[in-house]
Ligand binder design. Structure first.
Ligand code: 4AD
Length: 430
């Protein structure tokens, strides 16, 4: 380890202090007998000035160093109101660890090119800010889950049957058998509640979605919770408390990063329980009154959800969807057999669904019937059906798409910017 300090730790009060920095050359310009290097590390940037009169050797090396070279630099702190952050370093030593002649990413790079060289793009302060916000959202989730008594579990990714419909399954050869990549850990979390009652997991989920939208990836990070003894209304309370804590804590810890992406924090600050709740029937009425062509019984896509989000200045729930547009495992509403006890959480500002959740069917007979109705084979779900035979309980759960949450929090124009290496139908590399 190098005994260095981070750029963001340097303050004007440290005047005349000698410090060592390590990082990458972010910007460079030369004026007469001075070289200005803006150094970047994981914390931020700082300007280092190398003057010929101070050290000929350091000045000479600084002149030659290229953008994105890795360096270790030493110097003295000098407050300067003209420098970014009100402070700069008078550099007198520079060690070039790895010099770069030419860095492929330039100012006018297209989005496609940035994705082609995503492995290099990740070092941009903007991308780093997104990843910090994502890490903080998940840190907050863990804090909340811990203090609310949820157990983390680690479900499998190789599965033998669909959770969210056969059409988006990724199929693969598993020795002499067929396996699928997990679309959701849900069924396995349901098995875990019999020993642990309140469980959660964070796993990659895979969906072979051909649709090219701003909110679909083929691989995304899925935060899923499942709890025994909770009905739909209980789990909706968990959802709003969790999401509210994640957002408020992130505003507390990462406000600077959030503000570089969105000036208006209103909808984030508004994300406090209780979130508004509207029924699917009300949602259809709102859409029809706004001239959207949709009939009762039809699913809402991104376009419909976008229109609906204009009615809200905070996340909100839509509950009571028709059962035939929802998954087989959802419990049918005993008061209206046409509907499932399902609720989605939608983010405002056009973002739409960030959570899908429901109460689960706990009756063996009804679950078998739903599996058959959906054209699936109960044999494929034998172990899952066992859960309804041996001490079945009312239970509920949900899944939150982590990248979707990040995209809304930072108002990103596409979910792909919320993940390190996006996977879409058109992109598998790098
Ligand atoms: O609504 P979904 O399909 O629900 C489930 O998978 C449940 N089994 C989860 C559960 O109850 N444990 O997906 C849940 C969430 C969506 O609301 C969305 O945020 C995200 O996962 N999601 C995607 N995110 C990015 N790309 C995709 N292709 C996504 N599909 C779903």
């Amino acid at each position: 380890m190098i005994d260095k300090i981070y750029c963001a730790e340097i303050k004007p009060e440290m005047e005349r202090q000698r410090i060592k920095l390590a990082g990458w050359v972010y910007r460079k310009r030369e004026i007469k007998d001075k070289v200005f290097i803006v150094l970047r590390d994981s914390s931020g940037i700082i300007q280092i000035v190398f003057k010929e009169e101070l050290s000929k050797e350091a000045y000479g090396k600084a002149r030659k160093v290229g953008i994105e070279s890795s360096i270790i630099a030493e110097g003295v702190v000098k407050p300067d109101p003209r420098a970014p952050g009100g402070v700069e370093i008078q550099g007198d030593r520079i060690e070039v660890i790895s010099n770069v002649e030419f860095f492929p990413i330039t100012k006018d790079a297209s989005e496609e090119f940035l994705l082609d060289v995503r492995h290099l793009h990740l070092r941009s302060p903007k991308v780093a800010a997104i990843m910090k916000v994502k890490a903080t959202l998940m840190q907050a989730a863990r804090e909340w889950l811990l203090q609310d008594g949820w157990y983390e579990v680690f479900p499998p990714i190789f599965l033998t049957a669909a959770v969210e419909g056969g059409s988006t399954l990724f199929k693969l050869k598993y020795f002499d058998k067929t396996a699928y990549l997990s679309q959701s850990a849900q069924l396995y979390l349901e098995a875990a509640i019999f020993g642990l009652e309140k469980v959660w997991s964070l796993t990659p989920s895979f969906r072979a979605e051909k649709s090219r939208t701003r909110r679909h990836l083929t691989e995304f990070w899925h935060l899923e919770l499942e709890a025994a003894w909770m009905d739909l209304w209980d789990i909706m309370k968990v959802e709003e408390e969790l999401v509210s804590y994640m957002v408020q804590r992130t505003l507390e810890l990462r406000r600077k990063e959030v503000e570089t992406f969105r000036k208006d924090l209103t909808t984030l600050k508004n994300a406090e329980p209780p979130f508004p709740r509207i029924s699917y029937d009300e949602a259809i009425d709102i859409l029809q009154s706004k001239g959207v062509q949709i009939e009762w019984g039809e699913d809402m896509g991104a376009d419909e959800e976008r229109v609906l989000t204009q009615e809200f200045d905070r996340p909100f729930f839509v509950y009571g969807y028709p059962k035939h547009i929802k998954a087989f495992y959802m419990k049918i509403d005993p008061e209206d057999e046409r509907k499932a006890l399902a609720a989605d959480m939608l983010a405002p500002e056009g973002y739409g669904e960030i959570i899908g959740g429901s109460q689960r069917e706990d009756s063996y007979e009804k679950l078998v019937q739903r599996i058959i109705e959906e054209g699936m084979d109960p044999k494929d779900y034998e172990w899952y059906l066992d859960l309804r035979k041996y001490g079945s309980v009312p239970h509920s759960g949900f899944g939150l798409g982590v990248e979707r949450l990040v995209a809304w929090v930072l108002k990103l124009d596409h979910i792909k910017w919320a993940t390190l290496f996006p996977r879409t139908p058109a992109r598998l590399y790098p």
